[in-house]
Design a protein around this ligand. Structure first.
Ligand SMILES: *C/C=C(C)/C=C/C=C(C)/C=C/C1=C(C)CCCC1(C)C
Length: 229
């Protein structure tokens, strides 16, 4: 019984707690702010709020799981990722559309399929349905498709032609390149090399989610507010 409440010495449990509340608060913020930006930015703001909303719900379960079991909440993380990561990709497409940039549906599909391959590959490897190495390779291919599309592909060209969008687009793709690198690194260190324990892995993932979901949404909010003014 004494394991069902958060203990003051459970540092990782505290990070789960802080991030879950931050996700709820961000959700309210994005939905509320979405009502005061101009109409063309509303979908982007709603999607930013959906991302933190989905994460908030999962974080409630993840922190519960962590506090009672003391183990990595792997299934919940991946269910969260399979929903939120594709939505983050949709955001790249949505901000280009809102800014009136010329971008085709092909770009949308490449981003979406790339994220699904990345997350599903990682899950199959992590859950032992395929080898850990194969799961890693499939995941890396999916991530590479995304990086190509936003740094060199059609989405990147469309963004560079549009002044209002290009700085936000640039900040968002740096999150995908640098902020996202934490997850495959955790996969390598935790699963392939066994050199980090569940404690280290989880607080790092929690910090990464905070940056990659909340900061990501704030960049879109900043763009929408500036463009509305
Ligand atoms: C909010 C959650 C986010 C942004 C999660 C992102 C997850 C990744 C970028 C995961 C990437 C992986 C690889 C690139 C290869 C190995 C397996 C994964 C799934 C850990």
């Amino acid at each position: 019984m004494d394991h069902s409440f958060l203990s003051g010495s459970d540092f990782v449990g505290i990070t789960f707690w802080v991030v879950s509340i931050a996700m709820w608060a961000s959700t309210i913020f994005f939905f509320y702010e979405g009502m005061r930006v101009s109409a063309k930015w509303r979908t982007s703001m709603v999607v930013a709020g959906l991302i933190t909303f989905i994460a908030a719900v999962h974080y409630m379960y993840m922190r519960e799981f962590w506090v009672t079991m003391g183990e990595s909440p792997v299934v919940y993380r991946y269910i969260d990722w399979v929903l939120t990561v594709p939505l983050q990709m949709v955001e790249f497409y949505l901000i280009l559309i809102a800014a009136g940039a010329a971008v085709s549906g092909g770009s949308f599909w490449r981003l979406l399929v790339g994220t699904l391959v990345m997350v599903i590959g990682g899950y199959l490897g992590e859950s032992g349905m395929i080898s850990i190495l194969l799961g890693f390779i499939i995941g890396m291919i999916g991530w590479a498709v995304i990086i190509w599309e936003i740094f060199r592909g059609e989405a990147s060209q469309a963004a560079s032609q549009n002044a209002s969008v290009s700085s936000a687009f640039n900040a968002m793709r740096l999150i995908v390149l640098i902020g996202w690198a934490i997850y495959p690194l955790g996969y390598v260190l935790g699963l392939m090399m066994g050199s980090v324990d569940a404690n280290t892995l989880n607080w790092i993932y929690n910090l990464a989610d905070f940056v990659n979901k909340i900061l990501f949404g704030l960049i879109i909010w900043n763009l929408a507010i500036k463009d509305t003014a």
